[in-house]
Design a protein around this ligand. Structure first.
Ligand code: MN
Length: 322
């Protein structure tokens, strides 16, 4: 299929992420990192047919505009210019083409789009959508050999099924554990209650998932827990907005008290970038209708920008300016 038939480019008049160049045809993509929206999920019930995170990619793109005018400036969170003084080519490919009700087709197109982004040499940065999204995204990495998954989330997401749905937002980490090329996983920010029962916790631990509770991060500090990131040459980061504290990210489906701070999340991402190559990233579960003053979308935009910066500072992307 032609690359332009797999995506819905950003409509003119609406902003791209960080005002990045707009890609309208995946066949023409030339970038170091490619933003791609996946504005849907897999519903568990009738109310979920309209994914509450469907408007999230557009809302995060809009929120990113506040960071555009400082892009070349000194970034104190990275101890240097955000992109380490390098030219980093960012392209925004719009959203995966969605057809309402066609959940299997949407999922297949998501995998195909991520394959094309990777084949072009760009690192996919995915804006969800709900936490069902990493399931089709990670399937596009089956040629990678091996990668470890780092999750930031309040919940472990290890359900086999909910209401008969096996590829929904409660299942991405179990589905990841079933992929041969996923060599291990660490799950940071776990707390409170969610869809997991004791069985799911037992299954995660039996697999070898490292569960790092938010409380442990608060008590010991992020630098004391980063050694829980499994050794790997390549990493995939999946970031559920509810991993953050609801004071920082109220715009989610299931807020859980006691979550991560901005610096805990940022330093965790930075630690991953310093350990190995970030091959993919998603930020999911933002619900703009539940947001307060746009703060969740602003935090999502900033942490995505920070991730690009951490990759540049680790020498993974970027080119010496001409
Ligand atoms: Mn989740």
């Amino acid at each position: 299929m032609r690359g332009r038939n797999l995506i819905s480019p950003i409509p003119s008049g609406l902003p791209s992420f960080l005002n990045a160049e707009r890609c309208k045809n995946l066949d023409d993509l030339e970038a170091d990192v490619a933003i791609i929206g996946v504005p849907f999920g897999v519903p568990y019930d009738l109310a979920g047919m309209r994914s509450p995170s469907a408007p999230a990619p557009a809302a995060i793109r809009a929120a990113s505009q506040r960071f555009v005018r400082h892009l070349g400036h000194y970034d104190f969170d990275l101890d240097g210019p955000t992109f380490a003084g390098q030219d980093v080519r960012i392209a925004d490919c719009g959203d995966v083409l969605m057809q309402s009700g066609d959940f299997e087709g949407n999922s297949q197109r998501t995998t195909e789009v991520v394959r094309r982004l990777r084949a072009s040499g760009a690192v996919p940065l995915v804006l969800g959508g709900d936490h069902a999204i990493p399931i089709p995204v990670m399937r596009a990495y089956d040629d990678i050999g091996s990668m470890a998954v780092v999750q930031l989330d309040a919940h472990i997401d290890w359900r086999h099924e909910v209401n008969g749905i096996t590829e929904g937002l409660s299942s991405p980490m179990r589905r990841a554990s079933e992929l041969e090329f996923v060599s291990g996983m660490a799950q940071f920010g776990i707390r409170g209650t969610g869809s997991a029962r004791k069985q799911e916790v037992d299954d995660a631990l039996a697999y070898g998932a490292r569960l790092i509770k938010a409380e442990e991060i608060h008590e010991r500090g992020i630098s004391a827990v980063i050694d829980q990131i499994p050794d790997s040459e390549t990493y995939y980061i999946t970031f559920d907005a509810d991993g953050l504290d609801p004071t920082l990210a109220p715009g989610v489906n299931t807020p859980a008290l006691g979550g991560l701070t901005y610096y805990q999340a940022a330093r965790l991402i930075q630690a991953v970038a310093e350990r190995g190559r970030i091959a993919g990233y998603d930020f999911v579960e933002v619900v703009p209708d539940n947001d307060v003053g746009g703060i969740t979308c602003m935090v999502a935009a900033r942490l995505t920008l920070f991730t690009i910066g951490a990759m540049a500072h680790a020498g993974q992307i970027g080119h010496q300016p001409a």
